[in-house]
Design a protein around this ligand. Structure first.
Ligand SMILES: [Zn+2]
Length: 302
């Protein structure tokens, strides 16, 4: 079972559609199933209208799903996991601000590592739900050995290198690292195919799976579409929203462009994703990030 799990914090962009295509091809080429999970817990960033639009944009590209899960409907399961972590003595409130970490140790994801400062703090007597501080999970110390299917070495001591993850934000929103693990297990996900930007979080997620007694899926991290920002490259984001893409291309045209750009087809001709399935092979998929430009049309430079 595979999954594609976009957050519904805005319109799909070319990077979203490429990630969806790759996760879908990975599942379908193996004769497997795949669910679409809409990550919509962050009510400060997600709008309800983005969810149906994401489904429509993915259908426009030619992708279908064996189920659609809205993360916000899974609150009980998420709270169960938090209850179990609290009962095991793993949850603690963190009163640190972002500024407290700044200038400390750099984490593998480029941010600042959390030095587990508040580990000794107790939960409120009334339980984790009564906390007005952010909550973190005390991970086991020590390395987690991990190499993904593409050969990317993700071995890490997540408690030391990243720091204990936040699982409930100060504003009560349940945080990514925990819910992704709980939701993957609930859907029976055995393969996680996603962009390289998430790769540094994998060891933290495996550590959480172990604490909760959940299985670890196979992981594969793929290239990103990036764009130039001054002399830096950043993940391509808002510059080419799906409404603009759909006004410029048919779904088959965009699928053909993406498939050619990553090495799956010899020419950028319109193609249905289903036509790519019989010959899909990760060894043919480009590994390096792809510099992408949007100026009314999409263009790439190697
Ligand atoms: Zn703290």
């Amino acid at each position: 079972m595979g999954r594609f799990a976009p957050s519904t914090t805005g319109e799909a962009h070319p990077g979203t559609l490429l990630a969806a295509l790759l996760a879908w091809l990975d599942a379908r080429a193996a004769g497997g199933r795949i669910v679409l999970r809409l990550e919509n817990l962050d009510h400060t960033r997600c709008r309800p209208a983005w969810a149906p639009q994401m489904i429509a944009d993915l259908a426009w590209l030619g992708l279908d799903w064996d189920g659609v899960v809205e993360q916000s409907a899974r609150r009980r399961d998420h709270e169960d996991a938090l209850d179990r972590l609290a009962a095991a003595g793993r949850l603690y409130p963190c009163t640190c601000s972002r500024r407290d970490r700044t200038g400390g140790r750099r984490a593998p994801d480029g941010g600042w590592a959390y030095p587990n400062t508040c580990r000794a703090r107790p939960l409120p007597a009334a339980g984790w739900r009564a906390s007005t501080d952010a909550l973190r999970v005390r991970l086991d110390d020590g390395p987690i050995a991990l190499v993904d299917e593409g050969g990317l070495d993700l071995t890490q001591d997540p408690a030391a290198e990243m720091g204990d993850p936040i699982v409930v934000r100060r504003d009560g929103v349940l945080a990514y690292q925990l819910v992704v693990v709980v939701d993957d297990a609930a859907s029976g996900v055995t393969r996680v195919v996603r962009g390289k930007d998430i790769a540094p979080s994998t060891a933290t997620q495996v550590a959480l799976q172990r604490l909760l007694g959940l299985p670890t899926p196979a992981y594969r991290h793929h290239l990103l579409l990036v764009e130039a920002h001054g002399d830096k490259l950043a993940k391509l984001h808002g510059s080419a929203p799906a409404t603009a893409l759909r006004a410029r291309y048919t779904g088959d045209e965009l699928c053909g462009l993406l498939a050619h750009a990553i090495g799956l087809t010899p020419a950028a001709v319109p193609i249905r994703p289903a036509v790519l399935v019989p010959h899909f092979d990760w060894s043919r998929v480009r590994r390096d990030d792809l510099v992408t430009r949007w100026d009314g049309s999409l263009s790439y430079s190697a």
